[in-house]
Every structure is written in C-alpha cells, then in structure tokens.
Ligand binder design. Structure first.
Ligand code: NIG
Ligand code: FE
Length: 423
C-alpha cells in the first residue's frame, strides 16, 4: 500500500511508557498522540509488516510492480485494523422489546431482576444449535469487519452450564477458522447467576465443572464483578481458578456500583478492567501501576441512557485507555467507530486519541505486550515492523473521519495478514 495521504503507524513514539500526552486535556496536535506519515507506504510479506515509511523509500525496496497486490492509496488514509477487545457476540434470541422497555424508564437491573436481560438470552442460546449460533456470529463478524475491526474478542457467557458454554467456545473457534477476522476467545461462565441457583453454588460449578471442560478453548477468563451479581471474593475465586487453567484474567469492573473490581484486576494483573463508569482516580492509579488496560465501552451507557466513564482520569494516571464495543443484545452496535464517535462527543477524547484507543490500546487490552499470550500477536493495533499485516484503507484522507462521520463506515477496504478481507 503506497502513496497514502496519511499513514498511521502506531502511538506517537516516546508516549508509550512515559504516560499519555493528553493526560489533562485533549491534545490539539494529532502528532502528539499518533505516529503518522504523509505520503506513506507499508509492505507486507508472509502476513507481517516488513517495511513502513515514506513511499519513495518503501517502494525502492518493495516495488509495487513485483508485489502480488499493490494498492495506490492516494488521497486516502491507511490505519492499523481496529481491535475490538470486548464483545458478547455469540448469542441467540431477540431482546428488541427491552429497548422499548428501557425507553419507558425501566433500568437494566430491573429488567435483569424480572428474568429478562442476560437470562433471556441464556434461554434462547441454550436452545440454539451450534450451526445457528455460528451463522449469527459470522454475520456479526461481517458487520464488525465492515466497520474496520480486524481483531474481535468474543466472550461465552450465555450458556451458564458446561455443555452450552463449551458449545459457545467451539462456535467461537469455528468462526475464527471460517472468518478472516482474528477472533480471540474468552470464557465468561461467570456472566450471570442462573435462575434459582445460589451465587456461591454457581461459582463452585463454574470452577469445578465448567473451567476444566472449556479451558482448552479460551485465552481469557472474564467475570461480571457487580453488585447483586458476583462479589469481589467470588470474582477472585473464578479468576484465580481460571489462571490455574492458563486463562488470563479480564474483569467487568465498577459498571453500576463501585465494588472493587479494579483493585481485583490490579491484584491479579488482569489484562484489562472494563466499563469503569464508577471508577475513581485511585482505581485508575492502581490499574496503571499494575499494567491493566482500562477499557471503556461507551455504547453501553449510550444504550442505557446513563453517564459515561471519564477517560481523562486513566490517562492522567499514566496509562492507556482502550475503546471497545461491548456488542451484545443490550448494546446492539457491532462497529467500533461508533464507540469512537461517542468517545469523542460524550467523553472528550480527541479523534487521534480515539484511534489510538481503538488500535494500539485495544491490543494491550488483549495482552499484545505479553509474550505468553499466544492467541494475540505482538504489535497488533500498529503497523510497525513485524506487526500483523492488518490494515485499513479509508475512503477518506485522515483518521479523523472515523469518529467524525457516524452512522456509516469510512472503511474502503480491510486487509488481514496481508490478505484482502473486505472491500
Ligand atoms: O458487558 N455486563 C454484563 N454483560 C454485558 C451485557 C450482556 C447482556 O445484557 O446481555 C455487558 O454490558
Ligand atoms: Fe461486557
């Protein structure tokens, strides 16, 4: 790919370990946030970036005439593929009626307490065949890719019993085989408590029955650490057991109540703590110190009509923030750029910060900086030498068009591992 009007290589150099440039206010200068080239080119061989730089330098070594495929990106921006590090994209059923109920003033917790919400999706998902679940998941991945996501994490968690949890993770694996998007599997048996069961008994089942049966199919273990769902102690038990099975912790933390999920995530050196609407500056400091990536999911407060998380406190603590969709039946928005628009309009990120959060930081939320996590290649979310050849050619001249134009996709084409995956 050569001649790009703007080529985003990754986070601005020098800003990845000394804290974020926009700790206190959005930087007006995108170059403080992103390493960008004008008239840039990137060469991909055997699935990985082998050269990135000014077009004249890159084409001297890798002439477009001798490439399998050459793309002239004149007038267009080229970005690393987006990394959506948090979705619940494998489910059956239809909860559109809850959308209307929420508009009439019902809260998410009220719906859940009446047997709606997650538990309704669980009923429908238990009844669905693996093939039906796979077809739906593949459709969701098509939409995610059309929006520019080249890596998508998918959680189980609508089974809440061993057979269905395993079926969901098998479907996630088959989707990864069938679909060009890189699909990263997370086990989330501790997503809700099944009807009529005590939480402690259910936690025992997750640990003793589900984890041993599914651990070979997942990279991460996640838990909904929330008031009236799983307590900090219960969450810790699940995540520690997951770790013994080789699964790296992730935590749904401080979404509706500030329970202490961030401290737990820091203690266990989780890769990410997600939602964080109620997190404080102390929580932010604990996460930054432990290398846990705060992951903000603005689609969810948008769908629920609540307040948004405050990204600035995490940046001020010296860490990154990642953005993800949280795509699920309660937040039916599979495309990451919509989250980027919300992050700019509602949470005060600059467009460059939103892109950094959707690429490089999304990779961190999946442990891209931890060599022991084999499911996630190093360098993901950047176009630096050796990174996967996952890149987007926009039908627009700069990264700013991603959050600026909403309700549409500005992705012209997407390459994954150097192969054309979407156009
Ligand atoms: O992250 N918080 C728990 N899980 C999802 C919602 C899932 C659902 O409502 O089906 C979330 O928002
Ligand atoms: Fe979630």
């Amino acid at each position: 790919v050569h001649g790009a009007a703007e080529l985003v290589v990754g986070p601005a150099t020098g800003t990845t370990d000394g804290g974020h440039p926009g700790a206190h206010e959005p930087p007006t200068e995108p170059d403080a946030v992103l390493e960008r080239l004008e008239d840039g080119a990137v060469a991909v061989t055997d699935g990985h970036v082998v050269a990135v730089g000014p077009t004249d330098e890159v084409v001297r070594e890798y002439p477009p005439e001798s490439a399998n495929r050459a793309v002239d990106a004149a007038g267009r921006a080229v970005l690393p593929g987006f990394v959506d590090s948090h979705t619940h994209a494998v489910f059956a059923g239809d909860r559109s009626d809850e959308f209307a109920a929420k508009l009439r003033g019902k809260s998410y917790q009220e719906i859940l307490a009446e047997g709606g919400g997650i538990l309704r999706t669980v009923q429908a998902t238990r009844k669905a065949s693996a093939d039906d679940l796979l077809e739906r998941l593949l459709g969701h991945l098509d939409e995610a890719l059309a929006g520019g996501a080249t890596t998508v994490e998918v959680k189980s968690g609508y089974g809440l019993e061993t057979d269905t949890e395993r079926r969901l993770l098998e479907v996630i694996r088959r989707a990864d085989d069938r679909h060009p998007v890189t699909v990263v599997p997370t086990f989330m048996g501790a997503h809700a408590v099944p009807d009529g069961e005590s939480t402690d008994t259910y936690v025992d089942r997750v640990i003793e029955e589900q984890l041993p049966a599914v651990a070979d199919l997942a990279a991460f273990c996640d838990v909904f650490c929330e008031k009236d769902v799983f307590s900090v102690d219960q969450s810790r038990r699940v995540l520690e057991a997951g770790r013994e099975h080789g699964l790296v912790p992730k935590v749904h933390a401080e979404e509706f109540a500030r329970l202490g999920g961030s401290r737990l995530a820091a203690d266990l050196e989780a890769v990410s703590a997600d939602h964080l609407l109620q997190a404080t500056a102390d929580d932010a400091a604990a996460l930054a110190e432990a290398g846990v990536t705060p992951t903000l999911l603005p689609g969810t407060p948008f769908a629920l009509g609540t307040e948004y998380a405050d990204p600035r406190q995490f940046l001020a603590a010296g860490g990154e923030v990642a953005l993800a969709t949280d795509f699920n039946p309660n937040c039916y928005a599979p495309q990451l750029p919509f989250a980027a628009t919300l992050a700019c309009v509602e949470m005060g990120l600059s467009p460059a910060e939103a892109i950094r959060a959707s690429t490089y930081a999304g990779g961190l939320a999946l442990g891209a900086d931890r060599p022991s996590i084999a499911a996630v290649p190093a360098g993901i979310g950047t176009l630096r030498d050796g990174a996967p050849g996952d890149l987007l050619v926009l039908e627009a001249p700069s990264h700013a068009h991603v959050p600026y134009r909403f309700g549409t996709s500005v992705v012209d084409s997407a390459f994954i591992g150097g192969e054309l995956a979407f156009t």
